[in-house]
Design a protein around this ligand. Sequence first.
Ligand code: FBP
Ligand code: MG
Ligand code: MG
Length: 336
Amino acid sequence: MSRVTLSRYLIEQTRSNNTPADLRFLIEVVARACKAISHQVSKGALGGVLGSMDTENVQGEVQKKLDVLSNEILLEANEWGGTLAGMASEEMDKPYQIPGRYPKGAYLLLFDPLDGSSNIDVNVSVGTIFSVLRCPGDCFSQNDSLGEEAFLQPGTRQVAAGYAIYGPQTMLVLTLGHGVMGFTLDRELGSFVLTHEHLRVPQSTAEFAINMSNQRHWQAPVKRYVEELLAGQEGPLGKNYNMRWIASMVADVHRILTRGGLFMYPWDAREPEKPGKLRLMYEANPMSFIIEQAGGAATDGKQRILDIEPTSLHQRVPVFLGSKEEVERVTGYHQA
Ligand SMILES: O=P(O)(O)OC[C@H]1O[C@](O)(COP(=O)(O)O)[C@@H](O)[C@@H]1O
Ligand SMILES: [Mg+2]
Ligand SMILES: [Mg+2]
């Protein structure tokens, strides 16, 4: 079977789904940046990339060296490409302005450059998450700096979303709005090769993912639901469930895309002023777009995540996503 590389897949998409050439080029550049990040991640202690900086990001989190390095790789790769009006990152307080010496484009790129940071130093899978929006209005006339408001669009306006997972294999999972495709990095070829066509999330599941250590801090609907999962066959759900928690959203979502499951990061009382831990614009939205394109569902417990009208670039949101049957059940408990 002839191997379909990411480049060939994107060209075929251009023909069959009218994927604009500048979007195709943007995805190619992001994929190349993820290859470079994968290379740095795989160096580990040999590359001096483990451990933390003595800096905090806008989230108030201590930055890992790889958080900062991955962010720089994505900025440098994408700023000159002529496809972007601006970029936004988990690691940067404000949007990144495309330098005046480079041509601007009509897309906005948002990313979590290194997801699962707490796993970097213990050699567990981490990843990169990205989301692509169109810049509203006529971006080419944007001479002054691009404000945060240009990015504040609901997830339904995404034109593409994807993630790279740096695990035993490095993979790129991508949607352009016509299903979800998985590409595996062939390090000898130096290209991502199409290995998973039209990934689908099974409607039902017997596996859930949540950080159980927060159990005493959850609200009643989540407590009720997880107790029913743990009650198994003898409980109201009438079946036994398995549990996983990798503490890398990318890895948990990838497992769900591969064999089904439910991922939850609900609000909890540890920091009651925060709606949740995960960020809407560059974690929940891209992952929800991917999950819905694969036949799953994603809510914040009350509404579809993709419908949320953002109010700030780094806003957080509760996340329930994966197999539709379980997302609908736990969301229903929030209405009760
Ligand atoms: O450590 P916790 O509280 O279980 O949270 C794990 C979650 O936090 C995250 O690591 C947050 O993402 P970052 O690592 O990009 O900050 C998710 O990937 C993961 O699902
Ligand atoms: Mg993250
Ligand atoms: Mg991160």
